[in-house]
Ligand binder design. Structure first.
Ligand code: PMP
Length: 427
């Protein structure tokens, strides 16, 4: 493009560029924008796709396939025919997959709480009695995962995400001889925020690696398992099969939900694991529940029908989301490509674009954007304790706003990225 690389500019050229960017930024502020690209939630048009759910199962339809009256108590494991749909999608035997309430995050927190109060099968003692519990967190990652650990007093240790998943060599070293390392978070498909998919090879290493803690647990949060944006679709890896074959059958607890398939707030969450992990979970859950919302389960069965029904439905999401992600990527490329001030991923699925700006400028970029009416996720949000050691990562969530707003917001963001980079060189 012939655009200057900011790092290569001499003092005079920097001063000129700074003046131009200050004018551009003043014009941006003068527009009085109020834009928000912080929220990783579905847009109203996406929610509209599932509107028929509101009329289902219908006034006369409340019996499950086996005759169960879904209006009544019972069926702690969830409706078998709904479990079968997600078992099919995720490649997990249906007996090993449960359908639960509306939030997978709640199920994850329950799993950790049960481990803290009672221990997992094979735990030397409840985790809450351990002097120290540590957890491996691939970064950048999902802020709510980190907040959950912080709330429980679990100490977080970071490893880098790579294009094939988390740095598995670093993980193997950490778990090998430190029994305080009890677990690992992982978003295996189109991770939040970097969009990476964990390869089958990395998954196999995780399943097989020796761990000092006998109850080392991988929380495999497959939140974006079916959320493709291209024809190059990631396939779910059979981690439970790999783990069983490697002699660590209980290592993985798998999560998924329909939050970004049907309704984010009135969907269905799923948990899967080895037969003994599922039994462990149900044993504790039974004290807190007589059964899940089976009417909602039935509603989802009627609407989604089968695994192919989910795939077809997700294709309609893709049609809405592709132009939005396209707008982000085109605008970043048009404004920042070749300037050496930012790198970003091209996601094949999921909900985010992860933008890395010049080291030490992410907080400044977010501040500049805020003062121009563009709300960004706080810098550092994708790191434990909100601390990005390089202060460079910004998570962009393009699903909710309309395409034209996304273009304006990313264009404004680009001005802030350039301005912060030039300011840093001048300081
Ligand atoms: N896991 C990940 C990785 C997510 O990005 C999100 C939503 N932002 C969730 C879990 C939340 O899932 P649920 O709505 O099922 O609680």
């Amino acid at each position: 493009t012939g655009r200057p690389v900011v790092a290569d500019l001499d003092a005079a050229a920097l001063t000129t560029l700074h003046a131009t960017l200050l004018d551009e930024y003043a014009a941006l502020q003068a527009r009085g924008l109020r834009l928000d690209i912080t929220r990783g939630k579905p847009s109203p048009e996406q929610l509209d796709l599932a509107q028929p759910l509101l009329g289902l199962p219908g006034e006369d339809d409340f019996r499950a396939a086996d005759g169960t009256d879904t209006r009544n108590y019972g069926g702690l494991a969830g409706l078998p025919e709904l479990r079968a749909i997600y078992a099919d999608l995720l490649g997990i035997p249906v007996e090993q997959l449960l359908a639960s309430g509306t939030s997978s995050l709640t199920v994850m927190f329950d799993v950790l709480a049960y481990a803290f109060l009672f221990g997992r099968d094979g735990s030397p003692q409840p985790w809450g009695r351990e002097e120290k519990v540590r957890w491996i967190c691939p970064v950048p990652g999902y802020d709510r995962h980190f907040a959950m650990l912080e709330h429980l007093g679990i100490e977080m240790v970071t490893v880098d995400q790579t294009p094939d998943g988390p740095d598995v060599e670093a993980i193997a070293r950490l778990v090998a001889d430190d029994p305080t390392i009890k677990g690992l978070w992982l978003v295996p498909t189109y991770s939040n925020p970097g969009g990476e998919t964990t390869s089958a090879e990395v998954a196999a290493r995780l399943a097989a690696m020796p761990a000092a803690a006998p109850d080392f647990t991988v929380l495999w949060d497959n939140a974006y398992a079916v959320h493709h944006l291209t024809d190059d679709e990631s396939k779910a890896v059979d981690v439970l099969g790999l783990a069983a074959a490697s002699g660590h059958p209980d290592r993985f607890v798998v999560f998924a939900s329909t939050s970004k398939v049907t309704f984010a707030g009135a969907g269905v969450a799923f948990l899967a694991g080895s037969p003994s992990t599922v039994a462990w979970y149900l044993r504790h859950l039974a004290f807190g529940s007589i059964g899940p919302d089976k009417v909602n389960h039935l509603r989802h069965v009627r609407f989604l029908r089968d695994a192919d029904g989910v795939r077809a439905h997700m294709h309609r999401h893709r049609e809405i989301l592709e132009p939005k992600f396209g707008a982000v990527l085109d605008t970043l490329d048009a404004r920042l490509g070749g300037t050496g001030t930012a790198t970003w991923n091209t996601p094949r699925g999921g909900y985010f674009v992860s933008l890395d700006v010049v080291d030490g400028t992410a907080r400044r970029v977010v501040e500049l954007a805020r003062e121009a009416g563009i709300a960004l996720t706080p810098a550092g949000a994708s790191f434990p304790y909100g601390h990005d050691p390089r202060d460079r990562n910004i998570r962009i969530a393009p699903t909710f706003p309309p395409v034209d707003e996304i273009r304006v917001a990313i264009d404004g963001l680009a001005t802030c990225v350039l301005l912060a980079a030039v300011e840093q060189r001048l300081s």
